[in-house]
Design a protein around this ligand. Structure first.
Ligand code: PLP
Length: 443
């Protein structure tokens, strides 16, 4: 046997070789079909192999694929920045283009810190995040993330940023119940600010709906309004990490639009280019840019591929496709159908503790006992077993476990917005079979 050279996620695991993709389906080189019910890593929102995107990519490549942002601007990058600002909650944003969600959150963090520096507030350089969160894999982004598994090896190298409790009503970290709790989880921010001192805090970062660190956890009503009020009162910038929730995924163009809150900064990635090319962005409100425009006039960050014209053209084509095919509305309607079907299916399956989510960002959490919500022991690897079983049967779902000690197992179901009702029924049938087979192994 010849030796391998490509580093894959699990080095002794066999990964099939992809041949091509069309719509919600992926096909490997053995001809096996998979329903892409996770849109890869919640990325391929408009589905695979869309001709309009390929055409836009070729057209831009025919002009120029790459320019360095310190030498030229480009029409696609300028247009994309304006388009995103028009679509974002409250509008009036600037865009800083990067290549991954991690770079987007880390850039947002740096801009927030620079904003305060240019106002003469040098001490405001910590970012508060939530205990259950994932904001990316690079050191700055990981410093803001509460994902135990991904942090563990690097803890000595990470910034010791403060964390507050997440709005996780299924397992309330404060043992309270909504609405009697009066949003005590949001008030935990207030407590943390008093402890640390607002003069040390640049920003608060949160995913509108928690993704990989818990599985489509939707906050209780009023949570973000309260959070934003606390941030504003304490002069703390609010960064919405919309890397997973942004660009139609939750049945709104931006997840934060469900909660009527205008973030000061927004991180975007994944669905922005729907996986056709790497593209991500930090969007920055006018008032955050203002001291920088008056001061140093330059944001101290950037990458060789920032504002890449090829990727910007692709991203513009993806946004046009979403508008033309009304995919924001499609994500909302199809999401409520799929959530209903998943709930109906889960009713009959003892190990499903919760089915939740918004639009086409849905999740199931698994428990060994529904009444007391006892998680399965992590050694059983329930999430991996369900993902593996579904994979064998030609269904791709995404893990959302291992983020926090004692929280247990969950999977994310987030198909492309172009999925049909028949395909959703097929998805639910395979998932039902897979979960039942795993349940038979472990109970
Ligand atoms: N933020 C959120 C909410 C994410 O879900 C992810 C990736 O899963 C990231 C940031 C990091 O994005 P990337 O993997 O593109 O670096």
């Amino acid at each position: 046997m010849t030796r391998e050279h490509l580093i894959k996620p699990v080095l002794d695991h066999h990964y099939p070789t992809i041949q091509y993709g069309k719509g919600v389906f992926l096909y490997d080189d053995q001809g096996k079909a998979y329903i892409d019910a996770s849109s890869g890593a919640v990325t391929a929102g408009i589905g695979h192999g869309v001709q309009e995107i390929i055409d836009a990519m070729l057209e831009q490549a025919g002009k120029v694929s790459f320019v360095y942002r310190s030498q030229f601007t480009s029409e696609p990058a300028e247009k994309l920045a304006k388009k995103l600002s028009d679509l974002a909650p409250g509008q009036d944003y600037w865009a800083f283009f990067v290549n991954s969600g991690s770079e987007a959150t880390e850039t947002a963090m740096k801009i927030a810190i620079q904003h305060w520096q240019e106002k003469g507030r040098q001490g405001k350089n910590k970012v508060i995040s939530r205990r259950m969160s994932y904001h990316g894999i690079t050191m700055g982004a990981l410093s803001m993330s509460g994902h135990v598994l991904r942090r563990r090896r690097f803890i000595p190298l990470l910034e010791d940023f403060p964390v507050v409790v997440p709005p996780y009503c299924y397992r309330c970290p404060l043992n309270k119940t909504f609405p009697d709790c009066k949003l005590a989880c949001a008030d935990d921010m207030e407590t943390a600010i008093k402890r640390i001192g607002a003069e040390h805090i640049a920003a608060f970062i949160a995913e509108p709906i928690i993704g990989a660190a818990g599985g489509a956890i939707v906050p209780p009503e009023g949570y973000y309004k309260r959070i934003k009020e606390i941030c504003d009162r304490n002069e703390i910038l609010f960064i919405a990490d919309e890397v997973m929730t942004g660009i139609a995924r939750t049945g709104a163009m931006f997840g934060m639009q469900h909660y009527g809150v205008e973030p000061d900064l927004i991180a975007l990635g994944k669905g922005m280019s729907a996986g056709y090319t790497p593209m991500a962005a930090a969007l920055v409100k006018d008032h955050v840019m203002e001291p920088i425009l008056k001061g140093s006039k330059s944001i101290m960050s950037g990458h060789t591929y920032s504002a890449n014209p090829q990727s910007a053209a692709v991203s513009l084509a993806v946004l046009a496709y979403i508008e033309e095919h009304q995919l924001v509305r499609a994500a909302e309607l199809k999401g409520s159908y799929l959530l209903g079907q998943m709930r109906q299916m889960a009713d009959q399956i003892e190990i499903v503790g919760d089915v939740r989510g918004q639009g086409l960002l849905l999740a199931m959490e698994f428990v060994s006992n529904r009444t007391n919500k006892l998680p399965f022991p992590s050694e059983l690897g329930i999430t991996s077993r369900i993902i593996e079983k579904s994979f064998q049967k030609g269904l791709l779902v995404y893990p959302a476990s291992g983020a926090v000690e004692g929280v247990g197992d969950a999977i994310i179901v987030a198909p492309p917005f172009v999925i049909t009702e028949e395909e959703m029924d097929q998805l639910v049938r395979i998932l039902d079979e897979s979960i039942r087979e795993v349940m038979a192994q472990v109970t």
